[in-house]
Design a protein around this ligand. Structure first.
Ligand SMILES: [Fe+2]
Ligand SMILES: [Fe+2]
Length: 437
């Protein structure tokens, strides 16, 4: 089975690319990933909401994220967190991880996350000569001496550590592996700078010691569980194995060139191992990637795959066939979709596509071309098991008629812009198919 894949980016700093999230979103789409996680430094305080909304409008995927220090520049931590939480409540796809607790990704793997903060605990805070821009452009620190600032830094680190102490043990009761997203590296060994470990002068401002302590404590008690930390902040890539079951990946980044670090394969695995990590096109080179592969497992085929099909049909006027579902229990809001169906036991997806289009629309299709296979998780229907959808384009013959009146309210041909202007809600399949229309 095609396991669930999660694209990972960090420190994309969209404010340095004139807020144009388009090329970055295209990179994510090209990977075929079923979700995106961003480990902070997405934008700045005044633009973070519009940049997140821009990403959401281009990606029809769940978008998980934490915030980094830059996301609060020229604003306050409290106000930005509140605004972003509000945005996520109004959004279908944006997920601010500190508000999400445990996010199931597959049968074996969950995601948790918190911003974290460089908390002055590692290295030599008292002797450090580093004065970060943070301390002059984030409201909570403005005007404070280094001494007066330290309790605030520590409190922010403690808040992240408390979050992980609260959620990680519960996550490990249900999952073998957890991906942990945070902005600031939680260990000295993970604080890469220019290909080497940062020194005592920089460490207080680039590591979150409180989170590191919590993670060692939690993972020491659970040798049969695995934790993979994804972080950024230093813009210098590397991998550190802190314990046999605790690996930290620090993602590389460059200002003005938002990129993916990797695409993580988090599909169901028969063995309690690390998720497979596969380098993707358009990713930064990760200097420590080799170390990571020692703990990698290959996701195995499951006996019974959950598969579905969706079919894009275009008429000579350049319009696409869409239909509106009737409300049903659990889905009271009717959504717009394209012909779709579930692959039955022993059935070939192409045969399913032909059968479903005939059943739903009366059309006979031929010349099927596979456009994309994508993985999603639909907890309402299938719990945590990933669902693979095959999207086809096809030729058709015959005339359209509404054949399943109990399921569909109407069906007809619409231009791509007309469909988009409906504004949804769309089925997962149509959201994805829109990328190919
Ligand atoms: Fe950054
Ligand atoms: Fe940062």
């Amino acid at each position: 089975m095609n396991p669930y894949r999660l694209a990972w980016a960090t420190d994309i700093h969209l404010n340095f690319v004139d807020g144009d999230a388009g090329p970055f979103c295209d990179l994510v789409t090209q990977t075929g990933a079923g979700g995106l996680v961003i480990t902070g430094d997405i934008s700045e305080a005044k633009t973070i909401e519009q940049d997140l909304a821009a990403i959401e409008s281009r990606l029809f995927l769940p978008i998980y994220f934490v915030l980094g220090n830059h996301d609060f520049y020229n604003g306050s931590i409290a106000a930005v967190r509140k605004a972003v939480a509000g945005l996520c409540r109004r959004s279908r796809r944006l997920h601010y991880l500190p508000d999400e607790g445990i996010v199931p990704l597959s049968e074996t793997t969950a995601l948790v996350g918190h911003d974290g903060w460089a908390d002055g605990r590692l290295g030599d805070y008292a002797g450090s000569t580093v004065e970060l821009t943070d301390y002059t452009v984030i409201e909570e620190f403005i005007g404070l001496s280094a001494e007066a600032r330290l309790p605030r830094l520590r409190a922010l680190g403690d808040e992240a550590a408390d979050h992980f102490r609260r959620h990680l043990p519960a996550a490990f009761e249900r999952f073998h592996c957890v991906l942990l997203a945070t902005h600031v590296p939680p260990f000295r060994e993970a604080c890469w700078h220019g290909g080497a470990i940062a020194d005592d002068n920089y460490l207080p401002h680039f590591t979150c010691g409180a989170v590191g302590d919590a993670l060692v404590e939690i993972m020491s008690d659970r040798p049969d569980r695995r934790l993979v930390v994804l972080c950024g902040h230093t813009h210098s890539p590397g991998t550190a194995r802190i314990l046999p079951n605790l690996v930290v990946r620090t993602g590389g980044a460059a200002y003005g060139q938002p990129c993916l670090v990797d695409v993580l394969d988090v599909g169901p695995s028969s063995a309690p191992e690390y998720p497979t990590l596969q380098p993707a096109a358009g990713t930064h080179k990760d200097g420590g990637g080799e170390e990571m592969t020692k703990g990698v497992s290959v996701a195995e085929e499951m006996d019974h795959e959950l598969k579905g099909v969706a079919v894009i049909l275009k008429n000579p006027d350049g319009k696409y066939l869409v239909m509106k579902n009737k409300p049903r229990p659990g889905k009271p809001v009717p959504f717009v979709t394209i012909p779709t169906g579930t692959v039955e036991m022993g059935e070939d997806p192409e045969a399913t596509a032909i059968r479903e289009v005939e059943e739903e629309t009366g059309l006979t299709i031929s010349g099927l071309q596979l456009v994309e296979k994508f993985n999603s998780v639909d907890p309402e229907r299938y719990g945590r098991t990933p669902f693979t959808t095959y999207i086809y384009r096809a030729n058709y013959a015959g005339s359209v008629r509404l054949r399943e009146e109990e399921k569909h309210e109407w069906l007809g041909w619409m231009k791509c812009e007309e469909i988009r202007n409906l504004g949804g809600p769309f089925s997962f399949a149509l959201e994805r198919a829109l990328l190919h229309m």
